[in-house]
Write a protein that binds this ligand. Structure first.
Ligand code: IDP
Ligand code: MG
Length: 147
């Protein structure tokens, strides 16, 4: 069982898509174990996207990520990191496979709807970045018995 981090980015909130995207995560029978809305400050964005800081688009990315709140989710399940990355689709929505979230809802790389951890190691770091220990719930979901 793995846990991964998802951020529903500001365009998801602006477009009223929170419910639709969360429903797709639930429909996959993944288990939501943490969920909250946050307005990201400079420090958390600089840390989260430090590997992109030297890119010319970084100021635009930062402004986008601060243009409205994000919704952070901690999601558990079998192979959750890879499963959620597959559901998310390629970074550039034009290259995302049909049926993925980025294909279905996004048109440009500048506003691509969702963030998802890219490896179990990254997920561990990112979950700590966005959630306090007590904000992650431990409980048995009825589907735990059958999936
Ligand atoms: P990922 O979100 O698919 O993991 P990363 O390469 O980790 O992709 O990039 C993080 C985020 O930075 C992307 O989701 C996107 O919002 C933004 N980004 C990446 N490359 C570009 C670009 O070339 N132009 C504008 N924004 C970009
Ligand atoms: Mg990434």
């Amino acid at each position: 069982m793995q846990t991964t981090l998802i951020l529903l980015k500001p365009d998801t909130i602006q477009r009223g898509l929170i419910g639709e995207i969360v429903a797709r995560i639930e429909r996959k029978w993944l288990k939501i174990v943490g969920l909250k809305m946050m307005q990201l400050n400079d420090a958390i964005i600089n840390e989260h996207y430090d590997f992109l800081m030297s890119k010319p688009f970084f100021p635009m990315l930062k402004a986008y990520m601060q243009s409205a709140p994000v919704v952070a989710l901690a999601v558990s399940g079998n192979d959750a990191v890879k499963t959620i990355r597959t559901l998310t689709g390629a970074t550039n929505p034009a290259e995302a496979l049909p049926g993925t979230i980025r294909w279905d809802y996004a048109l440009t790389i500048d506003a691509n709807i969702i963030h998802a951890s890219d490896s179990p190691e990254t997920a561990e770091k990112e979950l700590k970045r966005f959630f306090k220990e007590w904000e992650i719930c431990e409980f048995e979901k009825i589907t735990d018995k059958v999936v």
